[in-house]
Design a protein around this ligand. Structure first.
Ligand code: SF4
Length: 249
């Protein structure tokens, strides 16, 4: 089944669950607390109607994106916020429906990237951070690039060498992080205006959700040797993300 249909199933389960709970709550309140029903029921039902509307709206936007039709501006932003808030619920229900967690994470990253790409930027290279996971460095390499990426001797055997070429070409800041904690620290200390983050589905999802005030474009790493080991990345995708933030065609 295509991802968008699986996602619609998840959204339908959530909406059904919310409506069922609301109906039960209405029955309990009407039955037991008749004198105070007015305001309580109005607040409850308004919240439920808004939540259901937001989920249906988000599902519609996700369906369009997965079908290759790109919605614009505010609808993307609203959907991104709703998806972010509901993410734990969506993944839990996805698990019950046997939907791979990474498929749901990919929808979230896709939604995020689509929203960023619907905006316009014209940043200087030095305001853009290229953030890579440590596993992209070859395991046999002994140079400590997490401390300073300039320690790379540029043998060309891993993508770090290509990142340094992008730094020379565009002036972007390049960092290699060993995990989410260090990545957060690097972002806080360097205060970039935009981030091009390379990572797996899990790390990109958590990173994008945590860095709320800075636009983050996610680029997946490739794992030909399995997760977290000698990973790779399509350097063209990374360069295109940098050029987008610089407003360069
Ligand atoms: S390109 Fe740099 S980091 Fe990668 S293996 Fe060679 S020396 Fe090490």
């Amino acid at each position: 089944m295509k991802t968008q249909y699986k996602f619609m199933n998840i959204a339908a389960v959530i909406v059904t669950g919310i409506v069922t709970l609301a109906l039960l709550a209405n029955m309990v309140i009407l039955g037991k607390y008749a004198p105070v029903t007015g305001a309580v029921l109005t607040a409850l039902n308004t919240t439920v109607i808004l939540a259901v509307f937001a989920i249906i709206y988000m599902s519609f936007v996700v369906y369009r994106i997965c079908s290759g039709r790109m919605p614009k501006g505010r609808s993307l932003k609203i959907s991104l916020i709703v998806f972010s808030v509901l993410f734990p619920l969506v993944t839990s229900i996805g698990k019950l429906l046997n939907v791979n967690k990474n498929e749901i994470r990919r929808i979230f990253v896709h939604l995020n990237n689509s929203y960023i790409y619907s905006q316009k930027y014209s940043l200087n290279g030095e305001d853009i951070m290229l953030l890579s996971p440590h596993c992209i460095q070859k395991s046999f390499c002994n140079f400590k690039v997490t401390y300073d990426v300039s320690n790379c001797k540029r043998c060309g055997k891993c993508s770090i060498d290509r990142f340094l070429s992008l730094r020379e070409k565009y002036g972007v800041k390049v960092f290699v992080a060993t995990g989410g904690t260090l990545a957060r620290k690097i972002i806080i200390e360097n205060r970039p205006k935009a981030v091009v983050a390379i990572a797996c589905e899990r790390d990109l999802t958590s990173g994008i959700q945590e860095v709320v005030k800075i636009p983050v474009l996610g680029v997946y790493n490739e794992r030909p040797s399995g997760p977290c080991f000698n990973t790779e990345v399509n350097i063209e995708n990374v360069e295109n993300a940098i050029k987008f933030f610089m407003g360069v065609d």
